[in-house]
Design a protein around this ligand. Structure first.
Ligand SMILES: Cc1cc2nc3c(=O)[nH]c(=O)nc-3n(C[C@H](O)[C@H](O)[C@H](O)COP(=O)(O)O)c2cc1C
Length: 341
């Protein structure tokens, strides 16, 4: 029987956070606490993704979710990428890093879909676009509940028409990448509450609310507005089980970081993170173009992390980052769920 969100002991989803923060231990801990933890497939090989699912399964018998990036057309032009390479060159030299030649990459989409079909996690969610009706139908036939991240009422309509079981309404407060289908569109800025109300009114599917949810009161508010569950990412970044690197962790609690910005500077796609030297220097001049820009900045970001330097890497965080603290994922789930009963 497919998982229904109302069957969860608590209506809290631990957002997939590709690129390090999500670990099998974090996903399992959220599920063990009665919520739903997600394994993030983004940037992993299909084999590593399968290993991560197995790792989470070994730590919990509760339902788990997985999350995939939907490949789309890149907005990159070789001229714009070359120009960006020149702008990044001094920083690459500073870190002793090489900027690689960009290449086409669909994040192993087909192979990862096969992994999802083979392992049949209870939920599969998608971001950066909407899979075809055929893909969603294949997973549903395997007993997998499908969820599509949407950032507008129009995207919600597309996902519903394709046969998604659940919508994830992602507001502009959210940390990390916006799921906006069109990679060159400026992501919507209507606050989560307005987006959620509009999607709940327009569609007859369960809606998960995401973006800036950091307290029991936040969760209660979105449930009262018609959400079936709340998905939080930033709230888990400092958890014991998260793989958030040391430079990132310390920036999240450092008073010198005072703002977040939605920027394409790191990946060529819009994402919200803490303002640092990298965003100050490159936000205005970076081109759109995912995954090429992500590939080009990758070695610089890794070198910065290795050097413990929070100013050369992405520090994805939602607008609520100041209201998050550490502790076990179970305690964070319990705190978020306190008023949801
Ligand atoms: C570090 C980080 C990584 C993220 N990676 C993913 C991802 O791999 N897939 C995805 O669908 N969403 C990703 N997101 C977005 C979350 O799914 C969710 O929309 C967001 O965390 C909600 O806002 P909040 O961070 O304010 O709680 C990421 C968010 C963060 C903070």
């Amino acid at each position: 029987m497919p998982l229904r969100l109302q069957d969860l002991a608590v209506p809290i989803l631990g957002a997939p956070m590709a690129g390090g923060p999500t670990t099998p231990a974090l996903a399992a801990a959220v599920s063990n606490a009665g919520g739903l933890g997600f394994v993030a497939a983004g940037y992993l090989s299909a084999d590593k993704f399968a290993d991560a699912i197995a790792g989470a399964r070994a730590l919990t018998t509760a339902p788990i979710g997985v999350n995939l990036f939907v490949p789309g057309p890149s907005a990159a032009t070789s001229e714009a990428l070359e120009r960006y390479r020149e702008l990044l060159a001094p920083l690459a030299e500073h870190y002793g890093a090489q900027i690689p030649a960009p290449r086409a990459d669909d994040d192993a989409w087909q192979a990862k879909l096969d992994v999802v079909a083979d392992t049949a996690p209870e939920v599969a969610s998608f971001t950066f676009g909407c899979p075809s009706a055929e893909v969603l139908g294949r997973l549903r036939d395997r007993g997998v509940t499908t969820a599509v991240t949407v950032t507008s009422v129009d995207e919600a309509g597309v996902a519903a028409a394709a046969g998604a079981d659940v919508l994830v309404a992602q507001g502009p407060e959210a940390g990390g990448h916006r799921g906006t289908f069109d990679p060159i569109a400026l992501p919507g800025e209507d606050p989560l509450d307005a987006l959620l109300a509009a999607i709940v009114a327009a569609q007859d599917l369960p809606v998960i609310a995401a973006g800036g949810l950091a307290s029991a009161a936040d969760v209660r508010r979105v449930l009262d507005a018609g959400a079936a569950a709340a998905q939080a990412g930033t709230a888990f970044l400092l958890s014991d089980e998260a793989g958030t690197n040391a430079a990132y962790r310390s920036a999240l609690t450092d008073d010198n970081f005072t703002k977040t910005v939605v920027t394409r500077a790191f990946s060529g796609r819009y994402a919200r993170g803490l303002v640092n030297d990298f965003t100050r220097r490159f936000d205005a001049v970076a081109p759109l173009g995912y995954p090429e820009v992500n590939q080009m900045t990758g070695p610089l970001r890794r070198a910065a992390v290795a050097a413990g330097d929070p100013h050369g890497t992405n520090l994805w965080a939602g607008t609520s980052w100041r209201r998050t603290s550490g502790g076990s994922a179970a305690d964070i789930v319990a705190a978020l769920a306190r008023d949801s009963g």
